[in-house]
Design a protein around this ligand. Structure first.
Ligand SMILES: [Mg+2]
Length: 278
């Protein structure tokens, strides 16, 4: 059966500076989803990482669905009202548009979605990072899906032996989504050459070459480009399916033993590599 996993994430206000949402804000967003979703969703889960709250929604309506996105937007707006009333820092910060149109893409929230054929059991991992940008996942994804020293399944399992296809986005191209597709292991050096420039090239998704199934998706929108000016960080979320035709959970977590450098550093801006604007 087809199922869609949707993560919609935004910073709509925090206590103690850019630290964490308040309990009442979280409860408001959670209750809004539960009380207004009707039969729209299969399930929902609300979490936060730093000042970002993330809705993980499962449903059968496909990616970019207007009703699902409207539900998330309205929940975030309800949370923003609480943030304003409580005097939270950066209330409504990531909601850069006034009114909802078709979906939340381009309106501020980070979005990562996959429509998949659900396996009998469907293990997946959800990562969220605060105060960095989507390129923060370049190295972990490269190691997990392309490096057999990290992922022995690449040389031990027939289900992984054909390797993976990387869809990489040039996020400095704001006029259009410039996307580059490369396959591992044949184009390993080309993949590495791009991913070593994480402020320009960002893994958008990863696909199994054995089964053709989608393995991973990263939120790639840059908030700065959406707003036309800096409003916040492009704190990314990542969804990865595990086991069977994908690396095991341990193989996907192992790269995070490496404390690699990422953009960020606890401030609200980075420098654009092409125009040097902050
Ligand atoms: Mg944040």
């Amino acid at each position: 059966m087809k199922i869609t996993l949707s993560i919609i994430k935004a910073d709509i206000g925090a206590i103690g500076g850019h630290m964490a949402p308040s309990a009442r804000l979280l409860e408001t967003v959670r209750r809004h989803v539960l009380e207004t979703s009707g039969d729209l969703l299969l399930d929902s889960y609300l979490s936060y990482t730093g000042d970002d709250i993330a809705l993980l929604l499962t449903h059968n309506r496909g990616t970019g669905d207007k009703a699902v996105h409207q539900l998330a937007w309205d929940a975030l707006m309800a949370g923003t009202e609480v943030a304003r009333a409580q005097g939270l820092y950066g209330a409504g910060q990531d909601l850069v548009q006034e009114a909802f149109s078709a979906n939340v893409r381009g309106m501020g929230p980070a979005v990562a979605e996959m429509e998949i054929d659900e396996r009998p059991n469907e293990p997946f991992l959800f990562f969220a990072a605060d105060k960095t940008d989507p390129g923060a996942y370049n190295l972990p994804l490269y190691l997990a899906f392309a490096d057999p020293m990290n992922t022995p399944g690449l040389i031990l399992s027939q289900k992984l032996a054909q390797g993976f296809r990387f869809v990489i986005m040039d996020v400095t191209h704001t006029a259009c989504d410039r996307v580059i597709e490369l396959v591992a292991p044949e184009e390993l050096y080309d993949i590495a050459a791009l991913l070593r420039d994480p402020q320009r090239y960002v893994v958008e998704s990863v696909w199994s070459r054995t089964s053709g199934e989608q393995a991973a998706v990263v939120s790639t929108a840059r908030l700065r480009d959406i707003a036309g000016k800096h409003t916040g960080k492009d704190d990314p979320v990542l969804l990865i399916r595990t086991q069977m035709h994908f690396p095991s959970t341990g193989e996907l977590l192992a790269p995070f033993h490496v404390g690699h450098f990422v953009a960020g550093g606890l401030r609200g801006h980075t420098i654009c590599p092409s125009c040097h604007a902050r």
